[in-house]
Design a protein around this ligand. Structure first.
Ligand code: HEC
Ligand code: HEC
Ligand code: HEC
Ligand code: HEC
Ligand code: HEC
Length: 493
């Protein structure tokens, strides 16, 4: 049997092209099987191996297969003989004699073709599966996707595949995404992609097909405690706490609604933005179950700008959770977070102030960033003229360097705050305040609600006690009136 197969291979290796074809097909076939075997038995665990097993080997296999008929055609032209004559020359008469199901040669070709088809089907299924893995999406175009891959790995969705959010359900979504992927590969190969990558809100599937498979509106109830610690830029990096009770329910019993009210299936919230980043909202409206609408117009927006807001969007999860997975930190809270976690040593004097000063600038490349952060911190403690533990400074340098490289990616022109989060209100009209602000006026002269207690109640606001307003104000408190007011908000909702 083996001998016959070898004879067949020798028969079709008519020239050097044919030989290369046969070698490529056989070796990639064997290599693929070996790698799969090693992967299945757990001998290989390196994720990058998928790029070779599922992309390179199948490509070589198909290329080899294509070479074989091509080689035969060339051979025929060179020899100037017909296929029949050439077959008589290369194969034995035994191989060519006709039987009930055709000659042995035809049977051989048929059997091998069948084997190839089965093999290719199995491999394509594996390849498609591999292309859906987060590892492929995040690392195949390493330079381009590095920021998204870095932030993804440290996010609450680090075990959710990219395609769960970026592709959605159905054949159309699958084809769209593959075509889009092809276009992106060309952009990456020709180095013509945008830096930074524009946010793909238009290409994202509706949340109903993605986020809501795992989270759904009815699921939200009650309040969520958000506790943040800030450190002051003083010698001891003094800590203070801000705690909020966020009303995250989609519906509440008393008719008052919470934050996830926007995505309840009983109504829709629509808006039109005057810019691609959805930062200037021209108008927003509620579509009630009976089809009527309540509209609010942004009176602070320049009318010529408002006129450009023609595309209407129905609000869904990513209009607030645009950073559900690709979470970039702000420099101040990035340092705070590492101080809370004990990664940055609080024993170092002025560590908050100097750590922040070291990571805030934009450095031309990662190497320069590492050097300058190192030089800044060591330089500061040398000049301070006090004894500080050298190991603590070493540790701080490493942590600050990795904080920087996690958030800032010079090769993609991605600085601090390139992709701001839409949750909360960092400035007067960002995040929630894009809509919930006094300038957003209804038809009857009313304004869109923006009361401080509709979204959250305050439990502490820059206090040393993170739960301060839960207790009544002590008689000696200087801010007694305010404290009592906030305390009442907490105990009688
Ligand atoms: C939990 C859902 C989710 C997962 C998982 C996810 N993404 Fe995203 N991705 C998003 C959302 C939401 C946006 C931003 C949409 C917006 O702002 O309009 C986004 C944006 C992006 C962008 C545009 C740049 C940016 O940050 O706005 C790229 C590129 C990207 N994702 C790649 C990936 C890759 C690669 C993976 C897997 C390693 C991945 N995503 C996994 C939800 C997800
Ligand atoms: C395949 C399931 C899945 C999909 C799809 C998914 N998530 Fe999640 N999400 C999770 C899981 C699981 C967690 C909880 C992780 C944890 O507790 O650490 C989570 C956590 C979250 C959190 C809470 C994070 C925190 O700080 O506690 C938010 C917000 C969130 N997801 C939003 C989204 C949005 C927006 C989308 C769509 C763009 C989405 N998710 C798509 C599974 C999913
Ligand atoms: C109007 C803005 C807005 C919309 C729209 C919105 N969310 Fe949220 N969501 C928030 C805020 C604000 C929080 C609480 C703040 C935080 O987690 O930092 C939150 C919290 C969450 C949490 C954490 C809940 C918990 O119990 O801790 C999940 C999960 C989540 N949202 C998923 C979603 C999904 C899925 C959608 C779409 C179906 C959605 N959100 C739509 C603003 C929104
Ligand atoms: C695109 C505009 C838009 C954005 C952005 C937006 N909202 Fe709203 N929100 C609305 C509209 C419109 C209403 C309905 C107001 C009305 O007519 O009662 C609403 C209602 C609410 C309500 C319910 C009020 C009630 O009792 O009926 C809460 C709570 C709320 N929003 C919180 C938030 C939070 C938190 C954010 C940011 C994470 C946010 N919203 C971002 C448009 C927006
Ligand atoms: C439309 C909803 C909404 C309104 C109105 C609102 N907030 Fe907030 N606020 C939020 C959300 C959502 C967050 C949480 C952001 C996050 O998850 O990081 C927040 C965060 C905060 C924080 C903590 C911020 C930080 O990073 O330290 C403070 C303090 C705060 N709000 C005070 C106020 C005050 C004071 C008012 C009234 C002028 C107000 N808020 C009105 C939604 C709102």
């Amino acid at each position: 049997m083996l001998q016959r197969y070898l004879n067949f291979l020798r028969g079709i290796s008519v020239n050097w092209l044919g030989k290369i074809g046969v070698i490529l097909v056989t070796s990639s076939f064997i290599a693929f099987l070996t790698m799969e075997m090693l992967r299945l038995t757990g001998a290989i665990t390196n994720d990058y191996i998928g790029l070779i097993t599922y992309m390179l080997f199948p490509a070589l296999f198909v290329f080899g297969l294509l070479l074989i008929p091509f080689a035969w055609m060339r051979y025929r032209r060179q020899r100037g003989k017909s296929t029949r004559e050439l077959l008589d020359e290369t194969f034995s008469t035994e191989d060519l004699r006709s039987h009930m199901f055709g000659s042995r040669l035809v049977l051989n070709i048929g059997a091998l073709t069948l084997l190839n088809v089965i093999f290719m089907l199995a491999v394509s299924a594996r390849t498609l599966h591999f292309m859906d893995s987060a590892h492929f999406c995040g690392t195949a175009c390493h330079r381009v996707m590095n920021p998204e891959w870095t932030t993804y790995q440290r996010s609450p969705h680090a075990r959710v595949a990219c395609v769960e959010c970026h592709v959605g359900e159905g054949v159309k979504a699958l084809i769209d995404s593959k075509l889009n992927g092809l276009r992106q590969m060309v952009l990456a190969a020709t180095n013509t992609y945008n830096r930074p990558i524009p946010t793909p809100v238009h290409q994202l599937r509706p949340s109903r097909e993605t986020c809501e498979k795992c989270h759904w509106p009815d699921h939200f109830y009650g309040e969520r405690l958000l506790r943040q610690t800030h450190y002051a830029p003083d010698r001891h990096s003094t800590a203070s706490h801000t705690s909020l009770l966020l009303r995250i329910e989609s519906y509440a019993a008393d008719g008052k609604a919470g934050i996830h009210w926007h995505i309840s299936d009983r109504h829709a919230v629509r808006y039109a933005a005057a810019d691609a980043r959805r930062e200037s909202i021209a108008w927003t409206e509620v579509v009630h179950p009976d089809g009527s609408t309540t509209r609010y117009q942004n009176t602070a927006l320049d009318p010529s700008m408002a006129a450009t807001a023609t595309e209407v969007r129905t609000m869904d999860c990513v209009d607030c959770h645009n950073r559900a997975t690709h979470i970039y930190e702000e420099p101040g809270s990035a340092v705070d977070r590492r101080l809370v976690a004990g990664e940055l040593p609080l024993e170092l004097p002025f560590i908050k102030r100097e750590g922040l000063a070291a990571i805030r600038p934009f450095y031309p490349d990662t190497l320069a960033a590492r050097q300058r952060i190192d030089a800044h911190l060591r330089g500061f403690y040398r000049r301070l003229g006090e004894p500080v533990q050298a190991e603590l400074v070493d540790k701080a340098v490493v942590v600050l360097q990795s904080t920087y490289t996690r958030n800032v990616h010079p090769q993609m022109q991605l600085d601090w705050n390139t992709y701001p989060s839409l949750i909360g209100h960092r400035t007067e009209n960002s995040g929630c305040f894009r809509c919930h602000q006094p300038a957003m006026q209804g038809t009857k002269g009313d304004t869109l609600a923006h009361d401080c207690f509709m979204c959250h109640r305050l439990v502490a606001w820059d206090e040393s006690d993170p739960y301060r307003y839960f207790s009544p104000a002590p008689d000696s408190a200087r801010d007694r009136a305010l404290h009592d007011y906030l305390h009442r908000q907490l105990v009688q909702p």
